[in-house]
Structures are given as structure tokens and as C-alpha cells.
Ligand binder design. Sequence first.
Ligand SMILES: *Cc1c(COP(=O)(O)O)cnc(C)c1O
Length: 388
Amino acid sequence: MNLADNILEAMKTVLPQGGGFLPLHEPVFPGNELAYTKECIDTTFVSSVGKFVDRFEEMLADYTGAKRAIAVTNGTAALHMALMLAGVKAGDEVIIPGLTFVATANAVAYIGAVPHIADSEEKTLGLDAQKLDAHLSEVAEVRNGECFNKETGRRISALVPMHVFGIPLDVDGLLAVCEKFSIPMVEDAAEAIGSFYKGKHCGRFGKIASLSFNGNKTITTGGGGAILTDDAEMADLCKHLTTTAKSPHKWEYFHDMVGYNYRMPNINAALGCAQMEKLDEILASKRKLAEKYATAFKDVEGVRFLTEPQECSSNYWFCTLVLEKGFEGDRDSILEATNGAAYMTRPLWTAMHRLPMFENCPRTDMSVAESLEKRVINIPSGAGIVGV
Ligand SMILES: *Cc1c(COP(=O)(O)O)cnc(C)c1O
């Protein structure tokens, strides 16, 4: 049998058969989702006012250990705000991984800054700290506590690690790079609610971080995101900026900055509160599924099931297969065979430096990302597969 057949056989030992098309990540609504959203409708508080936004923010802060959480319309908006609040300005450069969802690069571009694209490591699929260190040692210099790209003259004002599919990346390695080159860390923790690096929640390592609650994420608010920070001043400014920068007043419409309409509506936050109540159960189901996959793929030659690094806990947002080098040519037949068998599988994103709007951005050697692009496949991962 070939690799595609072997992979399909292994998947069949874990997944239900004959139940129709199995999506990559279906949301589950096992708790108070209907009750809370109905309450919004019954009370008419579906939009920008209501108690669920505050409650959701408190639940997020509690769970992650961040002092403050600010709920917004989506994860892209959250990252846009996080970068702005971290001090990224038009004309700066921001280091991002090439292997990420396009929102990471887009949020940088919204500010008028330029993505500086860096390579990933095989083990976690996250940014490679050593390679980045070597690259910055060549192209960057620190002047008056700020980092500059000597080749472009631009300031490098943030480094954005992204925990790919919820697998915590090498946080310590990247913090050391940030320290050495005086670059603030802004985590794109969009995929990482429920993931922990050495006991601390992902998104808690830089100045500020973003989360996403899109429909396909570990928990969902329909669409939604949040900013996490320990800095109360930054959090207050974030709330102000994301609510049109309106000065509090009984009736006047006075806005003291160019603000954004990024506030999460109450009905979405209602969904979020119900999902947060069930987060532990959802994570447990996803972990159980990942364990089953790990066992099923243990002896399949040519493929590795991606597992959490030591001392880390992944939310296993998207379960992931990494084909070994030499098996790149099998990727498309695996995608054909599994999708043909009604198991939804998908390849990795096209790396950022290969997208037309980012192809001229400064970057490191991208050989690992380019190799991984041809070898990574996501397989069905929803908590509902095992059941909540
Ligand atoms: C999901 C995601 C986002 C944000 O997505 P939204 O759909 O805007 O909530 C940002 N970065 C990464 C890496 C993501 O996976």
C-alpha cells in the first residue's frame, strides 16, 4: 500500500465512517449557548451594549491569567490593535513568520508597516529563534534602544510569534532574541486559546497579544477576537480605540481620536461566555482525539503526527500530519484520498513571502517553510468527533 492508503486506514481507526462529510473543525455548542443568545434577543441587547461583553472579558482574563482582556469583532482586528498599541508605526518593519494565516501579515500592512518574514522550525512549525538570531545579527543594529534594519533603514518595532495550530513555539528562544535586539514581542495567539508554554498561557509572554474566536477556532463567538495585556493603561486605551474613541457623556457625541468600530457585539459575547464555561471539556475532547491519532499514526512510515513539545500543553486546535522529507510527492494523493473518503483535510497555508502583496518584503532564508508547505496536512479536529 502507498502512503495515502496507509494514512486513510489510520484515520479510519479513529474517525466515524459513513456519517457524511466530516469537516476540519466543526464548532460544538454543549452548554448555555442557546440560553444566553436567546437572552440577548429577548432583552434586545444584541449589539454594542450588554452584560455579556464585560463577563466574557473577565472570563478570558481569569482563564489566561492576563490582567485585562478586551473583546473585539475578530482576531485580525485584535492583532491590528495589539500592534498599534505596542507602538508599531507606518514605515516600520514587523517580524512575522512566513508560515501563518494571512491575517498576521495583513494586520501589519493595515498600519502601513512592512512584514519582515522569517523562517520556521520543523519541530513546532513556529518561528525558528536561532535562525532569526543569526539573520538579525547580519541585518539589524540596535540604536538608542531601538532596532533598525541596516539594509532598508526601517525600524523593526515588533516581533510576532504565532503558535501554529495551537502548538506552543519556542517562547524562551524568541524572548531572548527580542531582548538581544530590543524588539517588543506581540503574540498572535489566535490559534492558541487553551495552549500553555511551561505552565503559562500562550499570549502572556509579550507586551500584548491577540486571540481569535472565529467559527473554526477552538471556541467561537461566531466571529470575534480579544486583546490580552497586563498593562492597565494600554487596556484602557485599547477599549477606547475599539469603541470609536467616544468620550463618556450622557448625550454628546465627542470623539477624541480616530477610533475603530471593533467592539464585540453582546450577542457574540453571549456565545463566548457559554463557550468559556465549557472550554475545559472541549480541550479534553480535543486532547483525547489527538491521543487517538498519535497512536494510530505511530507506526505509519513516512508521516509524523504533530505533538506538543515537552513542558507545553497544546489545545490541539488543528490536528496535523507532517510528511517526512522525501514524501512531498504524496501530499496531493493524500488530500485526494482523504477528501474523497469524506474526511476533510487541507494543506498548509501558502507562505506569506509567496503571496503577491508580500513577495518583495524583507525576509530570511525560507527553506524550512517552503519545505513544510509541501509536507503539512490538517485532519479533522473538532471536539465533537470524540464528543463533549
Ligand atoms: C484565525 C487567525 C487570525 C484571526 O482571524 P479572524 O478570522 O480575523 O478572527 C489571525 N492569525 C492567525 C494565525 C489565525 O489563525
